[in-house]
Design a protein around this ligand. Structure first.
Ligand SMILES: Nc1ncnc2c1ncn2[C@@H]1O[C@H](COP(=O)(O)OP(=O)(O)OP(=O)(O)O)[C@@H](O)[C@H]1O
Length: 118
């Protein structure tokens, strides 16, 4: 089996990341929150276990936001007319971001609150 790396795929993925940050205001909030969490975590000297909880929680929010944006754009490419299924698809994609963000807040609270008020 031949293993090959397609560098153009990395270029496309990076372009998607830049697109996300340029066009999605929520992504900029995620960036601010991620920088804040990492800065606070470094300042408080979090343990490896605490980082192992925080990193997937943050990553999930980024992944959900990217997929949500992709779904929104795909829906808009299919039709700009109102359609109940498009509405549901967009609402469900937005729900994925909301769920990821809520769970990230819970994880952040479990990690940081005992250190900040304990
Ligand atoms: N073509 C459509 N048919 C039916 N409902 C739609 C359609 N487009 C948007 N909606 C409804 O409007 C909501 C907002 O859609 P929109 O495409 O403006 O995304 P958004 O909330 O502005 O997303 P973001 O702020 O992340 O870009 C959707 O969640 C959906 O309920």
């Amino acid at each position: 089996m031949k293993l090959t790396l397609k560098w153009s795929s990395f270029r496309c993925a990076f372009a998607g990341l830049v697109d996300l940050l340029k066009t999605q205001p929520h992504a900029r909030w995620h960036l601010l929150a991620s920088v804040g969490v990492v800065g606070l975590g470094l300042g408080l000297g979090l343990t490896r276990t605490e980082w192992l909880a925080l990193i997937p929680a943050m990553a999930l929010v980024w992944v959900a936001e990217a997929v949500n944006t992709a779904i929104e754009l795909t829906c808009d490419a299919v039709t700009r007319e109102r359609h109940p299924l498009i509405g549901r698809a967009k609402d469900l994609a937005a729900a994925a971001v909301l769920l990821a963000a809520l769970f990230a807040v819970v994880v952040g609270g479990l990690v940081f609150l005992p250190r900040l008020i304990g």
